[in-house]
Design a binder for this molecule. Structure first.
Ligand SMILES: Cc1cc2nc3c(=O)[nH]c(=O)nc-3n(C[C@H](O)[C@H](O)[C@H](O)COP(=O)(O)OP(=O)(O)OC[C@H]3O[C@@H](n4cnc5c(N)ncnc54)[C@H](O)[C@@H]3O)c2cc1C
Length: 326
């Protein structure tokens, strides 16, 4: 019988949000393929995290425990997972598409002489075979990808593509494994972990959000959208590149690595609608998109769309709002 191993990410015993989504993907694929589903949790002292995972419908949880896995290193994770995969021979190995996975999964795939299909957003079964869907050209095209050759088949699941709240509960046995690791195998010395910025602005409480993307072109143009936010009494938010460039503070970022918002109205200005952005705002009651590209994926979730140059559309809107408000 075929099987799926889903490798979950934890930090200090707490599972990464994307891990639960990958687990959900594994459950769904397992049911569709009639495959057994196993989870793997790596670290040092991972019992607590493994027990949490054991509360979901799974065939088994592998707690892969070793002092040398206490801190993440690509060498340690690759060696430990290679041993696990070569012992249990899963047909598919799924990962959440996190920064950590992006760091080590290509190395693991190479060590196994396999490819990795990254950023998977959906799946379906065709003639009994698994077809994975991933996005190309900033979400404008969806590509179907099939594995060829011998298993294991490795894939990472994009954040927000599968829902953690559709996870099925259950009781799975936990099996602790100690991989064979030697200090000499670990060639990197981890420094302090990256910490996400503190959130002083609670976008989650905003009724109206005006969100700006790379279409704004330069930091100097931010006042163009700030005027729209002021006219609407809205909070200003942004897509990730705007915050990465320091044009607005990180706490105003919406998306998979920013805040999740669900205001009454979300106005996306010059935002393409990448899946990592959509997962943070698609729960908004009314979505308005302003984009000069009629094919931009943001229009797929928008209730109202304006195809046009934001530098013309936004000032005109501000004028009209001011007139309407008297
Ligand atoms: C692990 C990971 C996590 C991520 N997390 C996030 C996240 O939390 N939030 C997030 O937003 N992104 C996130 N991203 C990045 C995401 O993939 C996209 O790159 C990003 O959302 C694109 O931002 P954008 O839409 O502003 O820019 P672009 O994709 O460059 O889009 C700019 C848009 O502006 C339009 N435009 C250009 N000029 C004008 C004009 N004059 N008038 C009108 N429209 C115009 C263009 O047509 C285009 O659609 C993440 C990526 C990864 C890999």
């Amino acid at each position: 019988m075929s099987s799926i191993l889903v490798v979950l990410e934890q930090r200090d015993g707490v599972l990464h949000k994307s891990s639960l989504e990958a687990l959900s993907a594994a459950q769904q694929m397992g049911a569709a393929l009639n495959a057994r589903v196993f989870a793997g949790v790596l670290g040092s002292g991972v019992e607590a995290a493994a027990q949490t995972v054991a509360g979901y419908k799974l065939d088994k949880v592998h707690a892969i425990d070793h002092e040398l896995l206490k801190q993440y290193t690509p060498d340690g994770y690759t060696a430990a997972l290679k041993q696990l995969i070569e012992t249990y021979l899963p047909t598919w190995v799924l990962f959440p598409h996190t920064y950590q996975v992006r760091d080590f999964a290509p190395k693991l795939a190479t060590a196994l002489n396999r490819v990795l299909i990254s950023d998977v957003i959906a799946h379906r079964i065709e003639n009994g075979a698994l077809v994975l869907v991933r996005q190309l050209f900033q979400g404008k095209l969806n590509a179907d990808v099939r594995f060829e050759g011998e298993p294991p088949y490795l894939a990472s699941i994009q954040a927000g593509a599968f829902r953690a709240d559709s996870l099925q509960a259950g009781t799975a046995p936990v099996e602790k494994t100690t991989p064979d690791l030697k200090p000499g195998q670990i060639r990197t010395k981890p420094l302090e972990l990256f910490r996400e910025s503190q959130r002083a602005v609670d976008l989650g409480a905003a009724q109206i959000i005006v969100s700006v993307g790379r279409g704004i072109k330069e930091a100097e143009n931010i006042p163009v959208v700030q005027k729209l936010a002021d006219a609407l009494g809205a909070e200003l938010a942004a897509s990730r590149p705007i915050c990465d460039s320091g044009w607005l503070p990180m706490e105003r970022q919406v998306g998979s690595s920013g805040q999740t918002v669900a205001p009454k109205m979300y106005v996306a200005v010059g935002i393409s609608g990448a899946i990592q952005h959509l997962v943070g705002m698609k729960g908004s009651k009314t979505i308005v998109a302003i984009n000069k590209d009629a094919e931009a994926p943001i229009f797929e979730v928008a209730d109202y769309g304006i195809v046009g140059d934001l530098f013309q559309v936004v000032p005109a809107l501000v004028e009209e709002i001011k007139k309407a408000k008297g």
